[in-house]
Design a binder for this molecule. Structure first.
Ligand code: TYC
Length: 102
Protein backbone atom coordinates (compact mmCIF):
# COMPACT_ATOMS: atom_id res chain seq x y z
CA UNK A 1 0.00 0.00 0.00
CA UNK A 2 1.03 3.66 -0.50
CA UNK A 3 -0.17 4.69 2.91
CA UNK A 4 2.29 2.47 4.75
CA UNK A 5 0.83 3.71 8.03
CA UNK A 6 -2.28 1.59 7.55
CA UNK A 7 -0.31 -1.65 7.00
CA UNK A 8 -0.35 -4.09 9.87
CA UNK A 9 2.49 -6.52 10.31
CA UNK A 10 0.79 -9.86 9.79
CA UNK A 11 2.63 -12.72 8.10
CA UNK A 12 0.31 -13.95 5.35
CA UNK A 13 2.36 -16.82 4.00
CA UNK A 14 4.70 -19.27 5.69
CA UNK A 15 6.56 -22.28 4.43
CA UNK A 16 4.43 -25.41 4.79
CA UNK A 17 5.17 -26.54 8.30
CA UNK A 18 5.31 -30.34 8.46
CA UNK A 19 5.61 -31.03 12.15
CA UNK A 20 7.43 -34.25 13.01
CA UNK A 21 7.29 -35.53 16.58
CA UNK A 22 10.56 -35.36 18.51
CA UNK A 23 12.57 -38.58 18.76
CA UNK A 24 14.24 -39.98 21.85
CA UNK A 25 17.44 -41.96 22.17
CA UNK A 26 17.20 -44.90 24.55
CA UNK A 27 20.51 -45.72 26.22
CA UNK A 28 21.85 -48.38 28.54
CA UNK A 29 24.59 -47.59 31.03
CA UNK A 30 27.48 -49.69 32.20
CA UNK A 31 27.80 -50.83 35.80
CA UNK A 32 30.11 -53.21 37.66
CA UNK A 33 27.53 -55.83 38.66
CA UNK A 34 25.03 -56.68 35.93
CA UNK A 35 26.16 -59.89 34.22
CA UNK A 36 27.16 -59.53 30.59
CA UNK A 37 24.77 -62.29 29.52
CA UNK A 38 21.86 -60.51 31.21
CA UNK A 39 22.53 -57.36 29.17
CA UNK A 40 22.71 -59.45 26.00
CA UNK A 41 19.31 -60.97 26.84
CA UNK A 42 17.85 -57.48 27.41
CA UNK A 43 19.04 -56.28 24.01
CA UNK A 44 17.65 -59.36 22.26
CA UNK A 45 14.34 -59.29 24.13
CA UNK A 46 13.47 -55.59 24.23
CA UNK A 47 15.34 -54.14 21.26
CA UNK A 48 14.98 -56.92 18.69
CA UNK A 49 18.70 -57.35 18.18
CA UNK A 50 20.31 -60.56 17.00
CA UNK A 51 22.58 -62.37 19.46
CA UNK A 52 25.70 -61.14 17.63
CA UNK A 53 24.45 -57.51 17.56
CA UNK A 54 23.58 -57.75 21.25
CA UNK A 55 27.05 -59.01 22.21
CA UNK A 56 28.65 -56.22 20.18
CA UNK A 57 26.54 -53.46 21.78
CA UNK A 58 26.92 -54.93 25.29
CA UNK A 59 30.73 -54.92 24.88
CA UNK A 60 30.62 -51.32 23.59
CA UNK A 61 28.68 -50.29 26.71
CA UNK A 62 31.08 -52.24 28.93
CA UNK A 63 34.06 -50.41 27.36
CA UNK A 64 32.65 -46.92 26.76
CA UNK A 65 30.14 -46.54 29.60
CA UNK A 66 26.95 -46.24 27.57
CA UNK A 67 25.43 -46.72 24.15
CA UNK A 68 22.30 -45.74 22.27
CA UNK A 69 20.27 -48.91 21.73
CA UNK A 70 17.43 -47.36 19.76
CA UNK A 71 15.59 -44.18 18.74
CA UNK A 72 11.83 -43.99 19.28
CA UNK A 73 8.82 -41.74 19.77
CA UNK A 74 8.37 -40.46 23.34
CA UNK A 75 5.74 -43.06 24.18
CA UNK A 76 7.67 -46.03 22.81
CA UNK A 77 10.93 -44.85 24.42
CA UNK A 78 9.18 -44.46 27.78
CA UNK A 79 7.74 -47.96 27.50
CA UNK A 80 11.13 -49.50 26.60
CA UNK A 81 12.81 -47.78 29.57
CA UNK A 82 10.06 -48.92 31.95
CA UNK A 83 10.15 -52.53 30.68
CA UNK A 84 13.95 -52.78 30.93
CA UNK A 85 14.08 -51.15 34.38
CA UNK A 86 11.34 -53.47 35.62
CA UNK A 87 13.04 -56.56 34.16
CA UNK A 88 16.43 -55.61 35.67
CA UNK A 89 14.87 -54.82 39.04
CA UNK A 90 12.98 -58.10 39.13
CA UNK A 91 16.31 -59.87 38.59
CA UNK A 92 18.02 -57.67 41.19
CA UNK A 93 20.50 -56.22 38.73
CA UNK A 94 21.42 -52.50 38.86
CA UNK A 95 21.29 -52.06 35.07
CA UNK A 96 20.18 -48.54 34.13
CA UNK A 97 18.22 -47.63 31.01
CA UNK A 98 17.45 -43.98 30.24
CA UNK A 99 16.04 -41.80 27.46
CA UNK A 100 17.09 -38.42 26.09
CA UNK A 101 15.58 -36.14 23.45
CA UNK A 102 17.60 -36.44 20.21
N1 TYC B 1 30.25 -54.21 33.25
C1 TYC B 1 29.44 -55.41 33.42
C2 TYC B 1 30.32 -56.56 33.86
O1 TYC B 1 31.54 -56.48 33.75
C3 TYC B 1 28.71 -55.79 32.12
C4 TYC B 1 27.74 -54.76 31.68
C5 TYC B 1 27.67 -54.40 30.34
C6 TYC B 1 26.85 -54.16 32.56
C7 TYC B 1 26.75 -53.45 29.88
C8 TYC B 1 25.93 -53.21 32.13
O2 TYC B 1 24.96 -51.96 30.35
C9 TYC B 1 25.87 -52.86 30.79
N2 TYC B 1 29.72 -57.62 34.36
Amino acid sequence: DDDSDSDIGVKLETRPKTKRPPLYKVMILNDDYTPMEFVVTVLERFFGMTHDQSVEIMLAVHQKGLAVVGVFSHEIAETKVALVMDYAGRHQHPLQCTMEKE
